[in-house]
Structures are given as structure tokens and as C-alpha cells.
Design a protein around this ligand. Structure first.
Ligand code: HEC
Length: 101
């Protein structure tokens, strides 16, 4: 039974449905919760903010986005404590996958 549950978990976490959920949460954080688009341009999200770097051109790595959003950089505020780590990971996943396509 334990083995079965483990296998089920692996399937669920690797499935496309899970990935898409992460994209949906990431977009929600990007657009509404953190409003990254006020300052950043990202075509996929339809945002054209000019205060921070253009994310389509910067093409940041996931780790770089998680680090920046967690700790802040320059005038960009740190989101640690405001967003959950799940939300930070999702927004990083979303931005990363939106710029590399
Ligand atoms: C108040 C405006 C503002 C908001 C809101 C904002 N940023 Fe930024 N962001 C900036 C600025 C300005 C920089 C450049 C800072 C610097 O290099 O000194 C930056 C830099 C970055 C970088 C590049 C970091 C690097 O390594 O060069 C990433 C990635 C990033 N922001 C992602 C995000 C994400 C994702 C969100 C939403 C959770 C967000 N930003 C919200 C203004 C903002």
C-alpha cells in the first residue's frame, strides 16, 4: 500500500496536469497577487512595465527568479513573508517557462 501511494504521488507530481496548475498559480501571482507586470515586460502575461528589466529579453533562470523574488534587488521589494514559498516557486516557474518558449 505504501509503495502504491508513493508511485501514485510520483505520477501526480510529474504529470502535465500538475505542471499546468503551477503555471496557472504562477500567472495569478504574476498578474494579481504580486503585480510583477507593473514593473516588468513579459509578452506571455501581456505586461509591459518599464521599471524593471524586460523579462523576455533577460530570460532569467528559475533559481535566479526565486532568489530575486525572495530577497529583492535594488528598488524591487523582497516578497518573502508576503508570498508563500509555493507562490514564489510557481511565479518563477511561470516566468521561466514563458520566456523560453
Ligand atoms: C516595483 C517594481 C517591481 C516589481 C513589482 C517587481 N519587480 Fe522585478 N525588478 C524590478 C527592478 C527595478 C529590477 C532591477 C533591479 C536591479 O537590477 O537593481 C528587477 C529585477 C528583476 C529580475 C532580475 C534579477 C536579476 O538577477 O537581474 C527578475 C527575475 C525579476 N525582477 C522578477 C520579478 C518578479 C517575478 C516579480 C513579481 C513577483 C517582480 N520582479 C516584481 C522592479 C520590480
Amino acid at each position: 500500500m505504501k509503495k502504491f501511494l508513493l508511485i501514485l504521488l510520483i505520477i501526480v507530481f510529474n504529470s502535465k496536469a500538475f505542471a499546468d496548475d503551477k503555471m496557472i498559480l504562477g500567472l495569478e501571482v504574476y498578474k494579481n497577487k504580486a503585480m510583477c507586470g507593473t514593473c516588468h515586460t513579459l509578452n506571455a502575461a501581456g505586461s509591459n512595465g518599464q521599471i524593471g528589466p524586460n523579462l523576455d529579453m533577460l530570460k532569467p533562470q528559475i533559481d535566479q527568479i526565486i532568489y530575486t523574488v525572495t530577497n529583492g534587488i535594488g528598488v524591487m521589494a523582497a516578497w518573502e513573508g508576503i508570498l508563500t514559498s509555493e507562490e514564489i516557486e510557481a511565479v518563477a516557474y511561470y516566468v521561466y517557462n514563458s520566456t523560453t518558449n
